[in-house]
Design a binder for this molecule. Sequence first.
Ligand code: GDP
Length: 453
Amino acid sequence: MASALTDKLSRLVKEMRGQARITESNVQDMLREVRMALLEADVALPVVRDFIARVKEKALGQEVLGSLSPGQALVGIVNRELAATMGEVDDKGALRAPADINLAAQPPAVILMAGLQGAGKTTTTAKLAKHLIDKRRKKVLTVSGDVYRPAAIEQLKTVTAQAGAEWFPSTPEQKPVDIARAALDYAKKHFFDVLLVDTAGRLAIDEALMREIKDLHAALDPVETLFVVDAMQGQDAINTAKAFKEALPLTGIVLTKTDGDSRGGAALSVRQVTGAPIKFAGVSEKIDGLEVFDAERHAGRILGMGDIVALVEQVTAGVDMEAAQKLAAKVKSGDGFDLNDFLSQIQQMKSMGGLSSLLDKLPAQMAAKAGQVDMDKAERDIRRKEGIIHSMTPLERRKPELIKATRKRRIAAGAGVHVQEVNRLLNEFDQMQGMMKKMKGGGLMKMMKRMGG
Ligand code: GDP
């Protein structure tokens, strides 16, 4: 899935090369791919629409700097905007880490956990207990208000022990609000810093569930009300988030199961709908599988981009597909391959960011092989050849057979090389021309395609 998008984006990046500015026309195709990527990652449609509109506004008319193509620049804008939407930004618009759990309350600070059944509430309750014990040296009590599933109460007991926190017993006969009040009372008497309240979830939103959790909120007055949501939840995440936001003043989000194989678009939808910060991400089933949410990393994941994209872009950005295709058409039509074509090949090699920088990006095995070649010398060589061809007249480039002794001397002098070097280049060109004739049947096109990605 990720690699398909990678291919598409890099193709578009290539097509946009050479245009100096992001415009209405060149941005269209790119944004269509981004929209598809977001939908594939399960970002809800209205959120996608909003997002695309914002990116377009930011991107249009932006000058593209230096070696970037409009396509690359747009990828950068999309990535930054995604991260900024899911993450927290400071006054200057720079991304910053989300705030840790707020404990600024008369102890015990109460944390209420909300979310659908199976979202990972119980697991996350224990993970947070461990986090508060290990990182903030707090004395933590947990309690379950899930009176509908005795197994859920037992589950909390087990994971609380793993976290090294204390568990407050409850039974299915009790009312959730009574359980919560008793736990709060106990926590006060025994000087706990934090009380984590796990709640019942349903498979879908229902009135009774929402009333119950609202009552719990009113009784406990929690300093944090965390919405726990499964990163693998698809388009429906937006509706779940809406329902919980309407019922409760959410203060934060925990995105669970980010170790799954979904692209995690729920994060964007949920962040947008609730306006609450995504504080943590669940990264495994284990008790220590909780990390501070990293918006930048998650943005890359949603777009399906990684190191591969960086590599593909560097390699393909240097290849002028239009020129390559013209050349291929020329050979095919039998028009012949001249020194202008030879020059453009040389220049393409050069514009691939330099041979040695490309070498850094190759897989180790290939790099070791390529490393046996003296890269500096190869690059110097390319520059000299370029110099020689530049010293020729347009006619000489088109008809190299005209280049006899006196012309060779003039060219050599112009390029500051020996005549032998001009001879060597003409020999190479002869060989290349012979090869091109053999490949007339379309072999070159295939070769160029391979080069172009
Ligand atoms: P609850 O019904 O909301 O309390 O959900 P649970 O805490 O029982 O979690 C449901 C399932 O999801 C359990 O099998 C958990 O082990 C699993 N789970 C929760 N969080 C994560 C996570 O971050 N990564 C993975 N891989 N599994 C998780």
